[in-house]
Design a protein around this ligand. Structure first.
Ligand code: GLU
Length: 612
């Protein structure tokens, strides 16, 4: 956006409307776009304006959402168009072979609701599913991942259908048809897409339909080439015509189940693979039995804001919420800490480690709601906060606390915890409409490229979400809440978050990044709410992630910053990671103005746009 137009935002809104309308009407038509990108183009990673907004990782998907908003659709209609398009253009991070968590603020009722579309273990899955019966040892991660075993019953399509029926103004088919067109016409392969194929080339080469789609001629598609996916177009069209039953029990489901039970291995793969490719036990009945759950959101208050997140099976809402409570108790905000950014970040890292210890001990699919809520009480947070030493980083891992309601200053020094799960897949989208409804949606197929298996003839990858279960117990003599089980949902870290102020939306945000999702969301909140950054600054700032491990995973720019160095002197050790997360967010400014924000650099940069 030009400086001239930005200065217009200073003008009172009523005087602005005619100007805006003129600008929209007189604007030159968007250039005839490359295949699959026709229509309005979002501006870049940051956009400010009125009438609704979309932020996602991908320009084609953001444009699809903006088109729906312009055509009178609401935030849910637009979010579904974005999600369905991401299933085409971001097939390694999302799609109908995966699952996710959908958080919705309804402007009419002022309520936040959630949909849990998490993948689910087949009913045949036992606690030792990821232990090799031949050796008694857990499978190597890649062996577990690239298999039929790792695929959970997908929840994304059922989530989209539930959202459309419950809150949308148009049926799911309205979101699927334009996305099918993108799949049919094709889209331009960018550097991120090509790199993701290249990183997965060995796994993709093992499966005939995956190699055919994503390794044309045996190599990743060239940057700038057009990738078409007619099978996915036909799959979307079939679902648009016949409903989600075609998937949850119908012919698409039959093909899916057969790919899980008999992975479509290539007869002579072009690249070697060192692991056995194991089948999974998912059946058509497992697909038929899938249900979208509607848990109440998690809720904490933080410095006058109401922060809503995702309950189990995600640990996102409870871990972000507990860490915020600990931060509030430990006085992170700059006012109390005299603008000492190092101390604020020290507390951010320590609060996160403490919350992760509790997450690892207590949070899984079957965590009773009273226990989850107990983790989010101020009394528990006060007890946990008393462990933070302003002068020195705690030795990690820290032990979990005891959320038993009997809180005193119990600063014992036992240890516990678990290694963090890692991951860099997933995608996030944020949408707001002109009526004030908001969608925050994180969706995934787990690893980038999921389990590597494209369902033959259907054009979509399957997830490997079941590797989010712990393969073996991690909590010593205590029960592990995240072991596999029949019909169970693996613990997630996805943290779609909506923040209200005085009952109205203030901020909505989320990110991919495995368990670093939690710290990415938390750090953006701290940056924005406590450290006085603008939202684009809060998103762009270098990231660090402490998940109750000996060292802090951090981007090089964080490690090298003055605060990063000062934190080192407090005893924080670092493991560098090139990039953490890929957030999207919308901030609700005064007078209906919206600030939509995606990553300026990470994941090849994202795409934000507003309607006017
Ligand atoms: N499967 C992960 C989760 O549910 C997300 C994967 C990722 O973002 O890398 O937490």
């Amino acid at each position: 956006m030009s400086d001239r137009r930005r200065s217009l935002w200073e003008v009172p809104v009523r005087r602005l409307i005619p100007l805006l309308l003129a600008a929209v009407l007189l604007a030159p038509a968007a250039p005839a776009a490359a295949a699959g990108t026709a229509g309005a183009r979002p501006s870049g990673p940051t956009a400010t304006g009125y009438g609704g907004a979309v932020a996602s990782v991908d320009a084609t998907a953001t444009a699809a959402g903006l088109r729906v908003l312009r055509d009178g659709g609401n935030a849910v209609d637009a979010a579904l168009a974005v999600a369905a398009t991401l299933g085409v253009t971001e097939p390694f991070s999302s799609g109908i072979g995966g699952g996710g968590f959908f958080v919705y603020y309804d402007a009419r009722t002022g309520r936040v609701s959630t949909l849990d579309g998490r993948e689910t273990a087949p009913r045949s899955m036992g606690e030792n599913a990821f232990v090799d019966p031949a050796t008694g040892q857990p499978y190597a991660f890649q062996e577990a991942r690239v298999s039929g075993l790792s695929a959970g019953v997908p929840g994304s399509l059922a989530t989209w259908d539930a959202a459309a029926r419950r809150w949308g103004t148009r049926p799911l088919s309205a979101a699927l048809r334009p996305a099918a067109q993108v799949a049919r016409d094709g889209f331009t392969v960018d550097a991120t897409f090509a790199q993701q194929v290249s990183d997965n080339a060995a796994a993709f080469a093992q499966f005939e339909p995956t190699a055919r789609l994503f390794l044309p001629g045996g190599a990743p598609p060239a940057v700038g080439s057009t990738l078409r996916n007619p099978d996915l177009a036909a799959t979307y069209d079939l679902i648009a015509r016949r409903g989600t039953g075609a998937f949850y029990g119908g012919e698409i489901g039959r093909d899916l189940v057969s790919a899980v039970q008999r992975p479509p291995v290539a007869s002579s793969p072009s690249r070697p693979w060192q692991y056995q490719i194991r089948p999974g036990g998912m059946t058509l009945d497992d697909l038929r039995a899938y249900d979208v759950r509607r848990p109440a959101p998690t809720h904490v208050t933080y410095r006058g804001y109401d922060v809503y997140g995702m309950a189990t099976p995600s640990s996102g809402g409870s871990t972000v919420g507990e860490a915020l409570n600990i931060l509030e108790q430990s006085g992170v905000q700059s006012g109390e800490y005299g603008l000492d950014k190092t101390q604020a970040l020290h507390r951010y890292l320590e609060a996160s480690a403490l919350a992760f210890a509790d997450r690892n001990r207590y949070v899984g699919d079957y965590t009773p709601r009273p226990l989850l809520d107990a983790l989010l009480t101020d009394g528990f947070a006060a007890e946990r906060a008393c462990r933070i030493d302003p002068a020195r980083a705690l030795a990690k891992p820290v032990a979990p606390g005891v959320p038993d309601g009997r809180y005193k200053q119990r600063c014992d020094t036992a240890t516990g915890g678990a290694a963090p799960d890692k991951g860099q897949s997933t995608t996030n989208l944020t949408v707001a409409d002109r009526w004030g409804n908001v969608v925050e949606y994180t969706l995934t197929i787990e690893q980038i490229g999921g389990n590597g298996i494209v369902v033959p003839g259907r054009g979509f990858l399957l997830n490997n979400e079941l590797t989010d279960f712990n393969f073996t117990p991690t909590q010593g003599t205590a029960a592990d809440p995240n072991l596999p089980g029949p019909g169970k949902r693996p613990r997630s870290s996805m943290a779609p978050t909506i923040v209200l102020q005085h009952g109205r939306p203030f901020l909505a945000l989320g990110s991919p990044g495995g368990s670093t999702i939690i710290t990415t969301v938390l750090q953006i909140l701290v940056n924005r709410l406590d450290l006085g950054m603008t939202l684009p600054q809060a998103v762009a700032a270098p990231r660090a992630s402490q998940r109750n491990t000996a060292s802090v995973t951090a981007e090089p720019a964080f490690i090298d910053s003055p605060e990063g160095q000062a934190l080192g002197l407090l005893g924080h050790a670092y493991t560098p990671m090139a990039e953490i997360g890929a957030a999207t967010a919308i901030e609700f400014l005064p007078h209906g103005r919206l600030l939509a924000c995606a990553e300026p650099v990470r994941r090849g940069s994202g795409s934000a746009g507003t309607v006017h």
